[in-house]
Structures are given as C-alpha cells and as structure tokens.
Design a protein around this ligand. Structure first.
Ligand code: PRP
Ligand code: ZN
Ligand code: MG
Length: 226
C-alpha cells in the first residue's frame, strides 16, 4: 500500500535544538541529502532513505505507530509520550537503538526569584505550568505533593510573570531562558539526551540490514567524536 514504503523512513526534528545535530549525524553516516525548508520529506540520493522533518513532539508517536521506521528524539519527549500512551492504553512500544552525543538538557522545576523555596513541599497546592504534564505528575506523586496543572505547549517560562502559574516545570539547557524570565531552577526531575529509536513493527530483511548499517556507522561516528 501507499503508506508502507520500501524506503527507510527516519523522522527528525524540523527546526529546534536537535535538528542541525540530527542532520549532521546522518550526513556523517554517509547519507546524502539536501533539505528544502519548505518540504516535509527529504529523499537521500545514495541510499533508499527518506527523512521526515516534523515537530519533535510528533516523533515518538510516529515511531510507536510504525508510521516511520526510525526517529531521532530527546529522551524527555520520548518518555513523556510513553507515559501518556500507557495511561491511555495505546501502543507505546519501541526499541532504543542507542543514546546519542547531543541534545543534553534537563527537565527542572523553577520558581520566581522572590519565591522562598525549601524543597518540593514548597509547591504543595500551587499551580505549575508545563509542557510535560506526565513527567511532572510522576515526579510529584513520588514526592506525595499535590499541585495544580497549567498545561502550555509553549511560553511556559512566562507563565509565572503573567499570573498564570506559581512555578514551572520546563527544559533547561544553558539556563538563559530561566534567567531572562526572573526564574531559578530548584530541582532536576529528568535528565535527557537525544537518542535514536526504532519502531517495533517487524521490518523486511533489506530494511533491517540498512538499519543495522546505519546504526554501526552511528556507533563509529560517535566513537570518533569522543
Ligand atoms: C526549551 C525550553 C526553553 C529553552 C531552555 O525549549 O522550553 O525554551 O529550551 O534553554 P536554555 O536553558 O538554553 O535557555 P526547546 O526549544 O528546547 O524545546 P522545543 O523545541 O520542544 O520547544
Ligand atoms: Zn517541542
Ligand atoms: Mg521551547
């Protein structure tokens, strides 16, 4: 059928923290392609590989549904989607082929500079803005703290100043975003790197051989960069 391709499909982030490094890694593995910013798909010239350039948040679901064969994604987004799907009884299977050497970040709790924070108990009963409601809930349940949700897909860091929330749970890389918004990091709840994942759908021998080849090249590229 139309939607099951002979070509290997790899989902990568269209634009954002992981997109340049993801493209660079594939190019270092010998996959030749040119990205047209307007296009969703980039076809490799020298191998039967298509790159799908999508929002990072869509990548775990595309792999778990078997729409694409491989995905390059942050463990934060992956873990969030997995908890979400498991709670809904949806298919959440995938294979992590390996962790990569880029995309380091942490999901952290942060509060306004004037907030007198002692420990996570200081957040009891307060409202927290986040794009990661499942990872936040798991952490707060483990601490036995009840809080209120403020679900935002973007602009999480402005929520406290806008009076929408008392604190946030968001990704921190350099810390510049927190600082620019008068917030400070109080607790790391999840540490993340980019990783490469494979769909659990059985592959043809030819496609699996190509996946194995790509993976062994990824291993070589990363070893050479260490
Ligand atoms: C994260 C987060 C902050 C920023 C923090 O977004 O939401 O906006 O990075 O980085 P900093 O500590 O270096 O300032 P990001 O764009 O990585 O995630 P997204 O692409 O999923 O929005
Ligand atoms: Zn995103
Ligand atoms: Mg962002």
């Amino acid at each position: 059928n139309q939607s099951s391709s002979q070509r290997l499909r790899i989902a990568i982030q269209k634009s954002g923290r992981l997109s340049k490094d993801s493209q660079k890694l594939l190019k270092s593995c010998g996959v030749k392609f040119n990205v047209n910013e307007q296009r969703l798909i980039a076809h490799a010239d020298n191998m039967p590989i298509d790159l799908l350039r999508v929002r990072d948040d869509d990548i775990p679901g595309l792999v778990m549904d078997g729409v694409v064969d491989l995905g390059i994604i942050g463990e934060n987004v992956l873990e969030e989607e997995q908890i979400e799907r498991e709670s809904l009884g949806k298919d959440a299977a995938y294979t992590k082929l390996r962790q990569l050497d880029f995309g380091a970040c942490r999901l952290s709790l942060a509060v306004p500079n004037e907030f007198d924070y002692r420990d996570s108990g200081s957040l009891e009963g307060l409202r927290l803005a986040t794009s990661y409601p499942n990872l936040l809930r798991r952490y707060m349940q483990s601490k036995g703290i009840v809080y209120k949700d403020c679900m935002l897909k973007g602009s999480v860091e402005v929520a406290p100043r806008a009076g929408l929330a008392d604190g946030i749970c968001d990704l921190v890389s350099t810390g510049a975003t927190l600082e620019a918004n008068g917030l400070y990091e109080t607790e790391v709840i999840f540490k993340s790197m980019a990783c490469i994942i494979q769909s659990s759908v059985p592959q043809s021998d030819a496609k699996q051989a190509l996946i194995d080849k790509i993976l062994s090249r990824v291993n070589g590229v990363i070893r050479a960069r260490e």
